[in-house]
Design a protein around this ligand. Structure first.
Ligand code: SF4
Ligand code: SF4
Length: 697
């Protein structure tokens, strides 16, 4: 028969499983982007003085005119020209204005889903950030945070690094796309760079190793071929302007010839093909246009004609495989930025099942970018992954943080030293907690939060993004640390030593004791069930976050972390301020009330920490002694002397007692008997019993 408690647990489990599944399906449904509409959107604010707007024939943006019908510039909605996901995995939908001199006239965020800016950091911080771009040329290299050579820097939005990095890319790339499309900005002026001139001639292996080739493979199955055997086309493509690549592929003379024939702004695009079909097709023979392949970059499309084409039969490169067909195209029709990613498009007509191909076209594409060993920008790389700048910005903090975390791991590795003397242990513990509060909390503002776990869950369901996790270097390092220590020693190493908020509340409690404030504890009857509340908080947050990250982020304000380390609590809505002050005040005379009963992050980590490899040492006689039980602040030691890994915060004081034969009563007993000159039968029996119980459990 099922007990009422068990029935309740099962029902709760099924309820959460149902809610989780619903939330997951809700989370995977995409949101529709807006359309540029100057009747409804504040286009005037980003192009001051404009009184009328009309669609531009040059791209998906509008031209703005003053009362005398004079062109003032253009307005673009970023999502029409670039796709740059921010922290929320969704783009910042932003209006950007550009004048005919190539200067940005205004930036206005129309919509975003950045949780941190909707709850936490005031929206004004984002508006202040975007103001920086007004008046800057679209070609200006701007980096967020620490400046690099040849670039201007804009201050990062504290606590919203990823958002700031994404918004910087969004504004600049949108403005540049409009500038290039309208002709007010040339590709070479927008992102100046050059092919690396090397005297080396790379062999095939070296080219592959350097990442010279992009590849687009289409299988026969994808093309609807009956009894598919393999690849329909397998295209290898690159730009061969750099001598180390061009000389290798064509040989010295042909490379020199092609480079001489090339007109200003043109590049040598090489396409090599394998597979059962041809990327050239036969249409080009009739119309002079290669209709199966083209290249796209931003708003620009490059189509190839027979006048741009050279047949490439043999490759000169040492070690190159044989290809069925090859071509060199002079890029034309639109400017190509050789340093930027570009898309190779293959357009194939589907097999009709009766021996021919019908007009049901299928399009396939792959994106490639030349490696830096082939092409380099003169200033900072405008297409570098966002996390590169984030790590540059925080390199000093990363070094300090890693040093502190390695020190803590070192202490736990040298457990005999750590727990060899109680006073030393306590001093080290207080020292590390103080360092965590001041360095990780106050200086680095890198308090880990449950929202990062929730974002991780959202990424798993929605779309996995490595760049998102790399873009917060300190948080990334801390989570690696949390994962390692939780598996080895349990979550207590983080919660008990490193978590800035937890450390701060414990230090406050110590201060309260010094001030002789009363010490409060809940009765056992309330404490025991209340410990489970943090798991409920975590489960509810998980479900809500998957339905709506904004609601999830709002509810995650149960964590007072933002008010403690990110935004001054007194500048936040009064509810958050009251909550923050209440928890701090309680901590003065109540040992870590938030950690023990409410913290959803602590709850989630406790679940993972249940399976720790190594906890504090215990002996058989711990079940009868109980001296450690009384000293264990989180009440993690069970009546039978074993330790609940979910509750233990790894203060290690019980292990220090375990090692101390002047404090641990059974050890004291053993010592006393051993010191006796003459042992009675009773002593011998007792000694034998104690020695047996001294073994670790
Ligand atoms: S329980 Fe929460 S606040 Fe407390 S130490 Fe752990 S993570 Fe930090
Ligand atoms: S005294 Fe309690 S919290 Fe500290 S290590 Fe032992 S069981 Fe864990």
């Amino acid at each position: 028969m099922i007990s009422t408690r068990s029935l309740f647990c099962r029902l709760t489990f099924f309820l959460f499983a149902f809610l989780f599944a619903e939330a997951a399906s809700f989370a995977s449904s995409p949101r529709r982007s807006m359309r540029l509409d100057c009747q409804k959107m504040p286009c005037v604010q980003v192009l001051p003085g404009a009184v009328s707007f009309s669609a531009s024939p040059k791209g998906p943006f509008v031209a703005g005119y003053d009362a005398q019908k004079k062109l003032l510039g253009w307005v673009v909605l970023s999502t029409d020209v670039v796709d740059i996901p921010a922290y929320s995995s969704k783009p910042m939908e932003t209006l950007v204005g550009l004048d005919p001199q190539g200067a940005i006239t205004g930036v206005q965020v129309i919509h975003h889903s950045e949780p941190i800016l909707l709850v936490g950091i005031p929206e004004k911080a984002l508006h202040d950030f975007t103001k920086f771009y007004v008046g800057k040329k679209a070609s200006t290299p701007v980096v967020v945070g620490r400046a690099s050579k040849g670039a201007v820097s804009v201050d990062v939005i504290s606590g919203a690094t990823v958002t700031a990095l994404a918004q910087n890319k969004t504004v600049l790339e949108s403005a540049r796309a409009v500038g290039i499309a309208t002709g007010v900005l040339s590709v070479s002026a927008a992102t100046p760079g050059r092919f690396i001139q090397s005297t080396e001639v790379w062999d095939w292996q070296r080219m592959r190793k350097e990442g010279v080739w992009g590849r687009l493979t289409v299988t026969e199955r994808q093309m609807g071929v009956k009894n598919p055997q393999g690849e329909f086309v397998d295209l290898w493509y690159t730009l061969a302007d750099a001598p180390q690549v061009g000389r290798s592929l064509f040989g010295e003379r042909t490379y020199a010839y092609l480079m001489k024939r090339r007109k200003a702004g043109q590049h040598l695009l090489v396409v090599l093909g394998q597979g059962s079909d041809s990327f050239k097709g036969s249409a080009f023979v009739r119309g002079g246009i290669f209709d199966r392949v083209r290249v796209e970059q931003g708003l620009r499309e490059l189509i190839f004609r027979d006048t741009d084409y050279f047949n490439l039969t043999n490759l000169n490169s040492k070690g190159a495989p044989r290809f069925k067909e090859g071509a060199v195209f002079f890029t034309s029709g639109a400017p190509l930025d050789p340093g930027a990613p570009f898309r190779m498009i293959f357009l194939g007509s589907r097999y009709d099942g009766t021996g021919g191909f019908n007009r049901d076209f299928r399009q396939f594409q792959s994106t490639h970018r030349l490696p830096r060993s082939v092409y380099q920008f003169d200033g900072p790389d405008p297409y570098a992954a966002m996390y590169v700048q984030a790590w540059r910005n925080r390199s000093t903090e990363v070094v300090v943080l890693i040093s502190l975390l390695l020190f803590v791991m070192g202490l736990f590795t040298a457990r005999r030293f750590l727990t060899g003397e109680m006073l030393r242990l306590k001093r080290l513990h207080v020292g590390v907690m103080l360092a965590s509060v001041l360095l990780i909390g106050v200086w680095m503002r890198a308090q880990p939060s449950v929202t990062q776990l929730l974002t991780l869950a959202d990424s798993v369901i929605h779309k996995w993004r490595w760049d998102l996790f790399f873009s917060e270097p300190l948080i990334f390092v801390l989570w690696i640390f949390i994962a390692i220590v939780s598996i080895i020693w349990g979550r207590g190493v983080f919660c008990g030593w490193v978590c800035p908020y937890g450390a701060m509340t414990e230090l406050l409690h110590k201060l309260g004791r010094k001030l002789k404030l009363p010490d409060f504890e809940l009765p056992e009857k309330i404490h025991t069930p209340l410990r489970y509340l943090r798991y409920v908080v975590f489960a509810v947050l998980l479900v809500v976050f998957l339905i709506s990250p904004i609601w999830g982020e709002t509810m995650a304000e149960i964590e007072p972390f933002k008010s403690t380390f990110l935004v001054y609590a007194w500048k936040r809505p009064w509810g958050f301020f009251l909550w923050w002050i209440l928890l701090l005040s309680l901590s003065l005379f109540w040992w870590r009330p938030f950690c023990r009963y409410l913290c959803p992050l602590g709850g989630a980590l406790a679940i993972f920490g249940s399976f720790r490899i190594s906890g504090p040492k215990r002996r058989s006689f711990c079940s009868s002694c109980q001296i450690c039980t009384k000293g264990c602040e989180p009440k993690a030691i069970r009546p039978n002397g074993t330790i609940d890994p979910r509750e233990c915060l790894s203060c290690m004081e019980c292990e220090a007692t375990y090692r101390n034969d002047k404090v641990c009563p059974p050890l004291v007993g053993i010592e006393r008997i051993l010191r006796k000159a003459e042992q009675s039968e009773e002593d011998k029996k007792r000694l034998a019993r104690l020695m047996e119980q001294r073994k670790d459990v």
